[in-house]
Design a protein around this ligand. Structure first.
Ligand code: E4P
Length: 221
């Protein structure tokens, strides 16, 4: 399973990339608004740090303008993937961009038919938002569970990015379902590593190692 970081924060990206397990980054206008930096410079800096695709969202609403905006985003760096919200104009733009070899991540996906249409239009990725569905008492992971067999049935190459992740169990369940990618905030990524028994175990081993060091060099009586 590929792990993407869902942030536009350069410090978080630098740190997570140093762990050696980051395959890409997803950004959105909300995440970019939190960084006090020129948008193009920010995306360029992110792309330089990430060894994989970086999703950059389009905010235009009509297909020709979305296509132009997408092409501008792609000029920033080779690893830019354009993120387009699912809608009719977005599908038209996706089809056009697909024909020109530009990778699209269809975002704000909340239903299986939206995912199906995005795949048919040629999206490289679809992003079902599991947390936002859970937030309204729906079942976000059930959506992922529906999308995966639909894509498998017809051998779509579109990859599923499980997005809007709120906690480690979202990642575990998504992995068990065979989702291609999980994109998660830095805080959730940290939680994937942690376990209280691991911390306790390390502490005990270090204490016991001190005893081993003290006994080393002592001659048996
Ligand atoms: C994904 O690409 C989105 O940027 C993100 O996962 C949205 O998450 P949120 O619902 O926590 O804003």
């Amino acid at each position: 399973m590929k792990i993407f970081l869902d942030t536009a924060n350069l410090e978080q990206i630098k740190e997570a990339v140093s762990w050696g397990i980051i395959d890409g980054v997803t950004t959105n206008p909300t995440l970019c608004s939190r960084e006090k930096q020129d948008f193009n410079d920010l995306i360029q800096s992110i792309c330089e740090k990430v060894p994989g695709p970086v999703s950059v969202e389009c905010v235009e609403t009509q297909a020709p303008e979305i296509v132009n905006e997408a092409k501008k985003h792609c000029q920033i760096a080779e690893n830019v993937v354009v993120k387009i919200p699912i809608c009719v104009e977005g599908l038209k733009a996706t089809k056009e961009l697909f024909s020109e070899g530009i990778h699209v991540n269809t975002t704000l996906v909340f239903s299986p038919p939206q995912a199906l249409l995005a795949a048919k239009a040629g999206s490289r990725y679809v992003s079902p938002f599991v947390g936002r569905l859970d937030d309204i008492s729906s079942d976000g992971l059930a959506l992922v569970e529906q999308i995966i067999p639909i894509f498998n049935n017809f051998a779509f190459e579109t990859e599923v990015i499980v997005a809007s992740i709120r906690h480690p169990m979202h990642v575990v369940e998504a992995a068990m379902m065979g989702a291609d990618i999980a994109t998660l905030p830095f805080g959730s990524l940290e939680k994937l590593v942690k376990h209280p028994l691991t911390d306790k175990g390390i502490e005990r081993f270090l204490d016991d190692w001190e005893k081993v060091k003290q006994s080393m060099g002592k001659k048996p009586s």
